[in-house]
Each structure stands twice: as structure tokens, then as C-alpha cells.
Design a protein. Structure first.
Length: 79
């Protein structure tokens, strides 16, 4: 998995096959913002936690057995 911003500040996740790097197996648009994504993947639950540098929001996504990324929820901290 890689995270980053496209040339027009669209934050995105790409998931790659480690045997074939020619194109991602999943290209998922998150939102349009310049803040850096700090990803974490829990392989036991197949859940991605995405934090954002300088922000108090964590978004949760499930990576399904069919190879799709599904938005689950988000946590907004106080302060």
C-alpha cells in the first residue's frame, strides 16, 4: 500500500501486487486536501487506519476479500 497526493492535491491510496508493479490493483481517491496521510494497516482485521498530520481525524477503511476498499467510519478528536 502507498498513500500520497496526486498533482492536484487529491489524497489517494494505491494497493500494489508485490509480484507486478506495473500498475496498482486498487487506486482509491480519499479527498482533496494537502495534509500528509499517516497510514496503518491491521492485517488481522484487514482494516486501514488513516491519520492526517496536524489533524485530529482518523478514518477507518476495510480491505475486503474481493479487493475493494470500503469506508467504515471516522473518529474526530477534541482540541
Amino acid at each position: 500500500m502507498t498513500t500520497g497526493n496526486s498533482t492536484n492535491n487529491k489524497r489517494e491510496i494505491k494497493i500494489w501486487d508485490i509480484k507486478k508493479y506495473d500498475k496498482p490493483i486498487l487506486d482509491y481517491y480519499i479527498d482533496n486536501h494537502e495534509k500528509v496521510i499517516i497510514p496503518h494497516y491491521d492485517s488481522d482485521l484487514d482494516i486501514f487506519w488513516l491519520g492526517y498530520k496536524g489533524d485530529n481525524i482518523i478514518k477507518y477503511y476495510e480491505y475486503t476479500k474481493t479487493g475493494k476498499l470500503v469506508y467504515l467510519n471516522e473518529y474526530k478528536g477534541t482540541g
